[in-house]
Design a protein around this ligand. Sequence first.
Ligand SMILES: Cc1ncc(COP(=O)(O)O)c(C=O)c1O
Length: 393
Amino acid sequence: MPDYKFDNADKLPPYIFSQINEIKSKARSDGQDIIDLGMGNPDQPTPDVVVDKLIETVRNPLTHRYSQSAGIPKLRLAISDWYSRKHGVDLDCENEIVTCMGSKEGIAHLSLATLSSEDSVIVQSPTYPIHSYGVVIAGAKLKSIPLKSNLDDFVNDIETAILSSVNKPKMIILNFPSNPTTQSADISFFKRVVDIGKKYDIWIIHDLAYSDIVFDGYKAPSILEVEGAKDIAVEFFTLSKSYNMPGWRVGFCCGNEDLIKALKKIKSYLDYGTFTPIQVAAIKALNDCDSEVDKICNMYKSRRDELCEGLNRIGWPIEKPLATMFVWARIPSKYEHLGSLEFSKLLISKSKVAVSPGAGFGADGDKFVRFSLIENEQRIRQAVRGIKNILGS
Ligand SMILES: Cc1ncc(COP(=O)(O)O)c(C=O)c1O
């Protein structure tokens, strides 16, 4: 009998979201119309110019060979132009940029490349699962710090955690605008974080996935805008969200040379890079799709308004988030005792709406559910009507 102890896989708890997915699929196969506001999986097509570029490029057989794991040079150039245009940040294409097969892959492999069982890592909680589980897979210890609505208090808590650690944490992983909480930060927050990183010699990893999906005049800063951030920080971005390219698997990591070198190295052992035609199409997206990104952002704004105003109308008080494709909602008090998984099940069975239980993002999320804005306004109105049924009764 083979040994069924699989150390790394066994470290990972069952994925809470798959329980909801199973219930949703079962309800759908029973013929029920479930409105899916669960996974952060954009529903709209990739811009035509990007698809056309892929088709044109894929016809060239030279592009069918192994690609480059760190990213083809012209894609790295497009990334550096994107950073300069959007954030006023200059990057060296050779040493400060690596492309990833989606940012999730990069985040996980950066942890694997840099951490050992001696290390601990500070992660905000709740957060997007790979921020924590990348650390767990790498065998390092997690120090989850609960997010606070006042980010100054949150940074103070980070500093307290550092000072009270027996072994100083090696890394801090952050994500603003945040999935799932939608919380947004301004540049003064990142200045404080960089100061802390430098003061205590701790690496900072920032995930900027939602920087393009911002509303009401808010502009999401990059941590790399802080002077000297590159001494200790890298940042991830993804084309999945604001370019409607989730299935394409294109992301990138930029900033500190040593961290980039470590990620490049481990990736050079593990992959041959995203298929070249996809990388070429990604160049088109980054260079020529700013107006498409604006349209995508406006679409999420209108869905956000529909959902938040609808929920407020039926007696579920929700503040409109300033960023992301999500609404993070505290479970109404009458259902709080259920916890987020049971409440999400109730939403599917009684309201015909699928959401993500907050507990899937860490125990600190259990009083919340996350709505993804991945259905249109009419479907969102239908969802609100379904939810009204359980709030009133
Ligand atoms: C904060 C955050 N980072 C990274 C990702 C992963 O994106 P990608 O498709 O680039 O792997 C997601 C996806 O939901 C996310 O919410």
